[in-house]
Structures are given as structure tokens and as C-alpha cells.
Design a binder for this molecule. Structure first.
Ligand code: NAD
Ligand code: ZN
Length: 262
């Protein structure tokens, strides 16, 4: 199960991937922003989407950015929430959900902060980088789950919106995502690492493999003896360790190898 896939033949790669998935006892899916790209949610890297050409996400997704201009950051997150609310999970999500119904030994670890995995009924999804819809006070951490976002944002990333004030301490309510430079939630990371060590097949979907520690999970799986399958139209730093690389989009790749692996 560890022979590097040297074949340029896409159908041979797909056949091998399908067989690994079919025979997997513990299948771990590691998804990144490319997973939601076909649902219309822009990735950080490798995208021509105008939103990302106007803004540098790294400049908006930091504590320093929040301190410097909370209204700009909050407005930007509101527009992301709005976009996610309007997005529909693509066929690849449904293929995963159908597979999990047949085979409960499928777990998902995602870097995505959207809720598309949950919306198709996938269970126990681990969110390494937080949740776009679970806000908290930036001073006392009091949680705020629900916001009426539709009226707060006009669908433009240029909207500046003053963050709401915490009812407990008066602090500003911030997005519940992990920003660049912040630590990942300890429990989520520990569970993800345990799953990476325990899986026998890791399906790495739509991640550039550039953001650590998430990018270390395929490496942990590989070191622990798992077969690594990458689904990504492009080469990534993780491609070198993948046993099989499906140069397909997330929906094509997942449908092809999960749909026929049941
Ligand atoms: P990334 O933007 O760095 O990389 C995206 C990868 O997806 C690239 O390798 C690209 O080739 C690939 N890709 C593009 N379209 C694809 C498709 N249709 N099918 C399969 N692959 C496709 O994203 P990342 O690796 O997840 O890491 C960056 C950070 O971006 C994470 O911290 C994540 O939290 C954050 N992010 C999340 C979302 C979201 O929640 N949906 C969106 C953008 C960024
Ligand atoms: Zn507070």
C-alpha cells in the first residue's frame, strides 16, 4: 500500500484510490479550502476570485488586524458568513455523507471554518481552525452563537461594520476562527493527531499543505503506515508523500472514489 503512484494514467490512479478506500478500516479525510471551492467559497491560495485579489486574507485574519480596525475585519467576516450561508454543499459532500452512513469508520478533519460538511449530515467533524458562526467576546470569551447577518452586510467585502458589544463585559464580539499566529484548539488538534496516527488511509482533499500544524497531519498518517491519497487539481508540497494523486476537483475525485467504493 505504499508504492508511489508513478503512473500518469488517471484511470489507473483512480482505480488504485478506489481500492484503497474500499479496503480501508479507518478512513480519515483531511479537507482544506479547495473542498468548498466548488460550492462557491473562495480558497486562500490558487484562486482568481476577485475577493482575494482585493484583500490579503493574512492581513485581515490576524489579532493585529482586529485591534487596528475591528469594523473592517468584522465586516469582512460578515460577508464571508453571508457567502457561506448562500452556498450549497456540492456532490462531493453528499458522497462523503453517504459513505459515512455505510461505513461509520470515516472521520473528517477540516481546516475549513464553514459548515458545509455538517449541512449534509456528516458527524463528528473536527474543525481545526474554528467555526465561522461561533463567535466570542474578545475580552472575556463569552460565546455568541447567533447573529442576524443578512441585514448587516450588503454582500460586499468592503462593508465596515462595528462589532457587537459583549453583554457580559462590554468587549467586542470577534469571529470564532483561528487567526494567523493564534494557537489551534488543543482538543481538536490532539484528536486530529490521534486519528492521523490510527487511520490506514488518509484522503487529503483541497489543501495547499502550507498551513501548519494542519499540514503535518498527512505526514503523521504516512509515518504511521497509512496510504495517502491526494485529491487536488494542482501539485502541493504534500504531493511528494502521496501514494496516489488524483488530479481532479474535490467533487469529481470524491464522487469517483467514494461513490464506487461502497
Ligand atoms: P488554501 O487556500 O491554502 O489551498 C487551497 C487548495 O485547494 C490549493 O492547493 C488548490 O489547488 C486546491 N483547490 C482549488 N480548487 C479545488 C477544487 N475544486 N478541488 C480540490 N482542490 C482545489 O487552503 P487550505 O490549505 O485549506 O489552508 C489555508 C487556510 O485557509 C486555512 O486556515 C483555512 O482555515 C482557511 N480558509 C478556509 C475557507 C473555508 O472555510 N471554506 C476558505 C478559505 C480559506
Ligand atoms: Zn465579554
Amino acid at each position: 500500500m505504499t508504492v508511489q503512484d508513478a503512473s500518469p494514467d488517471p484511470s489507473a490512479a483512480l482505480q488504485r484510490a478506489t481500492q484503497y478506500v474500499r479496503e480501508a478500516r479507518n478512513l480519515l479525510v483531511l479537507s482544506g479550502a479547495g473542498m468548498s471551492a466548488e460550492s462557491g467559497i473562495a480558497t486562500f491560495r490558487g484562486s482568481q476570485d476577485s475577493l482575494w485579489s482585493q484583500f490579503d486574507p493574512a492581513q485581515l485574519a490576524t489579532v493585529a488586524a482586529w485591534r487596528a480596525d475591528p469594523a473592517l475585519v468584522w465586516g469582512w467576516y460578515l460577508s464571508r458568513m453571508d457567502k457561506v450561508r448562500r452556498a450549497e454543499p456540492h456532490a462531493g459532500y453528499h458522497a462523503l455523507a453517504a459513505f459515512q452512513q455505510r461505513s461509520p469508520n470515516l472521520r473528517i478533519v477540516t481546516q475549513n471554518v464553514d459548515d458545509l460538511h455538517e449541512r449534509v449530515g456528516l458527524c463528528d467533524v473536527i474543525h481545526l481552525h474554528g467555526d465561522l458562526f461561533a463567535h466570542r467576546c474578545s475580552d472575556c470569551s463569552y460565546p455568541y452563537e447567533q447573529f442576524e447577518i443578512a441585514d448587516q452586510v450588503a454582500g460586499s467585502a468592503n462593508v465596515r461594520v462595528e462589532p457587537l458589544r459583549c453583554t457580559q463585559c462590554g468587549g467586542q464580539v470577534r469571529p470564532g476562527v483561528v487567526w494567523f499566529g493564534e494557537s489551534l484548539p488543543k482538543d481538536a488538534l490532539a484528536e486530529a493527531e490521534t486519528l492521523a496516527r490510527a487511520c490506514d488511509v488518509a484522503l487529503v482533499v483541497g489543501t495547499s499543505g502550507m498551513v501548519y500544524p494542519a499540514a503535518a497531519l498527512p505526514e503523521i498518517a504516512k509515518r504511521s503506515g497509512a496510504t495517502v491519497i491526494e485529491i487536488n487539481p494542482d501539485q502541493t508540497p504534500l504531493s511528494a508523500l502521496a501514494d496516489v494523486h488524483l488530479r481532479m476537483t474535490a467533487s469529481e475525485g470524491l464522487l469517483a472514489c467514494l461513490g464506487s467504493a461502497g
